[in-house]
Design a protein around this ligand. Structure first.
Ligand code: ADP
Ligand code: MG
Length: 274
């Protein structure tokens, strides 16, 4: 798994180095005939945490999947609109699906490390997909760096060869974050990353998010309003009225969304009156 590759030149800087924002323009989405998002536009600024909030079924996960071209893999799914990463449309003709995936990482609600694969190999697993070849020593450094950023290094550095599946749920989620970071994404999408975790693990992930946002733009879906208030710079409130597709009712700085929302539905939602 970790064969030494001698005397290769140092890897070129990844083209995704540096902060980049993500902008969704007029995104509509369908599953077959069922329209689930209607012309949703949102600017997710570089170096910020944007929280997507709103009741179940209003299209938050679908929107997130559109941001890294996972939606198009769902049979029968379609979409309209543009997603600009650092000003470039990831859906433009000629842009490769894999480029978007490497630059825009995703962490899911249920931690999904490769359970039988070692902690070390979980972290480096994305490098094979990106075709990145590294010297053993550089790869060791990368594993330490990514596990440190994910807040997991101190807990696992003496057992990197143990399977990822042997870790606790919170540790597995942090391993998934480390795995995402190894390909040096510019954006990290997180779909309810703490919903399956205990309060202590949740805190650890929130601390990790606060550190990571210095170098990776973050978009997080959360149903936990305290969490949205703690971790995000801006919020977007999604809503799908009965039998209508999801829209963004209101978005803005988190403090304003919580303390002085313009729309009464936002006030009701963030204060738990929905
Ligand atoms: P949220 O994440 O806000 O709960 P989703 O994006 O998961 O919302 O779902 C939005 C709508 O799209 C819902 O009506 C849901 O039933 C529908 N939907 C989601 N995924 C699929 C799918 N794979 N096939 C068909 N409909 C789907
Ligand atoms: Mg969802």
């Amino acid at each position: 798994m970790t064969t030494t590759i001698p005397d290769l030149p140092a890897p070129a800087p990844h083209p995704s180095d540096g902060l980049a924002g993500l902008e969704a323009r007029e995104i509509s989405a369908w599953f077959g005939e069922h329209k689930v998002l209607d012309r949703v536009s949102l600017n997710m600024r570089a170096g910020e945490v944007t929280a997507l909030i709103g009741p179940s079924g209003c299209g938050k996960s679908t929107f997130l999947r559109i941001l890294n071209r996972m939606h198009e893999l769902v049979p029968g799914a379609s979409l309209a609109g543009e997603v600009l990463l650092a000003g470039q449309d990831i859906y433009a003709p000629g842009r490769r699906l894999t480029d978007a995936r490497h630059q825009i990482g995703m962490v899911f609600q249920k931690p999904n490390p490769f359970p039988a694969m070692s902690i070390y190999d979980n972290v480096t697993s994305g490098l094979k997909l990106t075709g990145t070849r590294m010297r053993r020593a550089d790869r060791d450094d990368l594993v330490e760096e990514c596990l440190t950023k994910a807040g997991l290094w101190n807990e696992v550095n003496d057992r990197l060869r143990q399977p990822g599946g042997a870790l606790s749920g919170g540790q597995q989620q942090r391993l998934c974050i480390a795995r995402s970071l190894a390909v040096r994404p510019r954006v990290l999408l997180m779909d309810e990353p703490c919903s399956a975790l205990d309060p202590t693990s949740t805190r650890r992930i929130e601390e990790t998010i606060a550190e990571l946002v210095r170098e990776v733009t973050i978009v997080i879906v959360t149903h936990n309003m305290q969490q949205a208030a703690r971790v995000s710079d801006r919020c977007a409130f999604f809503l799908a009225a009965h039998r209508t597709p999801g829209v963004i009712v209101e978005h803005g700085p988190t403090k304003a969304m919580f303390e002085s929302p313009r729309d009464s539905r936002t006030a009701d939602y963030v204060h738990g009156r929905f």
